[in-house]
Design a protein around this ligand. Structure first.
Ligand SMILES: Cc1ncc(COP(=O)(O)O)c(C=O)c1O
Length: 393
């Protein structure tokens, strides 16, 4: 069947490939545990689910305004005031079908064909595809585990060209879990303002930052330079609401209008019931996030100590999200020469599904999600260690 070039250029998701193989092995009777998941293993808080049930019972089941119901947009604006001291109005907020649609719409309204987007690598899998779908060009900057996978102003300046339109920042990061301090973000933001580079800040994990690290955001920079910054966020990771599909963007009112135009001609408003649930999440208190955060810290510590006990591995301590991203290329052999082959072997021999680092633009590493119970996580990491040791030179 003939398909448009646009779709043939997009790479299939590496996560899906590994999941398909895992399913085949499960169908053949093998016990496979997935450390490939990108979602919290907790239930959505009770009061959030209750708000959705009430919305249904009250018949709140019709179209809403495209950018979201006013009270939700106002609550999102309030979020930025509460956590980052930023004054925003409802006109600065659009509610989207997950954080992913925020990013999709942003690239659609910001990029002209050939515009370059700087993407620090390792990066979240969808960034290059989202840029490509907007006819943009991804320019990657490799970061190192020794520097906590953080990008520097010097590295950014080295790849800047007259075609550079955007930089995408993601802190805490998927896949590394590494997190910028506010001072590090400030330095990058100052560079971007000086050079006229628009910064999209993907802050979807901002509620999952672990002490002593502190949350950091580009929202205050948006307040100072509204035409230079946009912040994308959502409720998926913080409130264990991946399936509800609630994301949002904070940006200049003109940008919000442009994004709303795209959304109005493609998907319209997000689910009306999910909007009521999101409103309950944002206005119902933050205590419910504490046990989730505590569990993640415990698992991060457990995972990190196991990984470091493997030996020839470099793994910075993540300060947020729920991923570890060890550099394991010391173990590569002629038969297992890269992260994809290693993940295939680990699936087969350890019964653990992982996403290869290549999917995130760093073939030296593998991504381990610790969004599952401590005991299963511990068993998986022991089995991975055994397989790695069998590859020892
Ligand atoms: C870094 C990052 N940004 C954005 C998203 C999109 O989240 P959502 O489920 O809200 O679309 C994800 C989800 O995995 C992510 O890891």
């Amino acid at each position: 069947m003939k398909l448009a070039q646009r779709i043939t250029r997009i790479k299939p998701s590496a996560t899906l490939t590994i999941n398909t193989k895992a399913q085949e092995l499960r169908a053949a009777g093998r016990q496979i545990v997935s450390l490939a998941v990108g979602e919290p293993d907790f239930r959505t808080p009770e009061h959030v689910c209750d708000a959705a049930k009430i919305a249904m019972d009250e018949g709140f089941t019709r179209y809403t305004p495209v950018p979201g119901i006013p009270e939700l947009r106002t609550a999102v604006a309030g979020y930025f005031k509460t956590f980052y001291g930023v004054d925003a109005a409802m006109e600065n907020v659009v509610v989207t079908n997950g954080g992913k649609q925020s990013l999709y719409n942003l690239f659609q309204v910001l990029l002209d064909p050939g515009d370059e987007v700087i993407i620090p690598a390792p990066y979240w899998v969808s960034y290059p595809a989202l840029v490509q779908l907007a006819d943009g060009v991804s320019v990657f900057v490799t970061t190192e585990p020794q520097n906590n996978f953080l990008v520097s102003v010097e590295q950014l300046e080295a790849v800047r060209t007259p075609r550079t339109r955007c930089l995408i920042m993601n802190t805490p990061s998927n896949p590394t879990g590494c997190h910028y301090t506010q001072a590090q973000l400030d330095a990058i933001a100052a560079w971007a303002v000086d050079k006229g580079v628009f910064v999209i800040s993907d802050e979807i994990y901002d509620q999952l930052v672990y002490a002593p690290a502190k949350p950091a955001s580009l929202a205050p920079w948006w307040q100072r330079y509204p035409e230079n910054f946009a912040v994308a966020n959502g409720l998926a990771k913080s409130f264990a609401m991946t399936g509800w599909r609630v994301g949002y963007t904070l940006a200049h009112a003109d940008l919000i209008k442009a994004m709303t135009k795209i959304q109005g001609q493609s998907t319209s408003n997000i689910c009306s019931i999910a909007q009521k649930a999101a409103l309950a999440a944002l206005t119902g208190g933050w205590e419910c996030l504490t046990p989730m955060r505590e569990a993640f810290v415990r698992r991060r510590d457990l995972g990190l100590s196991k990984i470091r006990s493997w030996g020839h591995v470099v793994c910075p301590e993540p300060a947020g999200a729920f991923y570890l991203f060890p550099q394991v290329d010391w173990y590569y052999t002629p038969e297992v020469p890269d992260s994809t082959a290693l993940c295939g072997l680990l699936l087969d021999k350890a019964g653990v599904a992982l996403v290869p680092g290549a999917a995130f633009g760093d073939d030296r590493c593998i991504r381990i999600s610790y969004a599952l119970d401590d005991e299963t996580l511990s068993g998986c990491l022991d089995r991975i260690g055994q397989v790695l040791h069998s590859l020892k030179k």
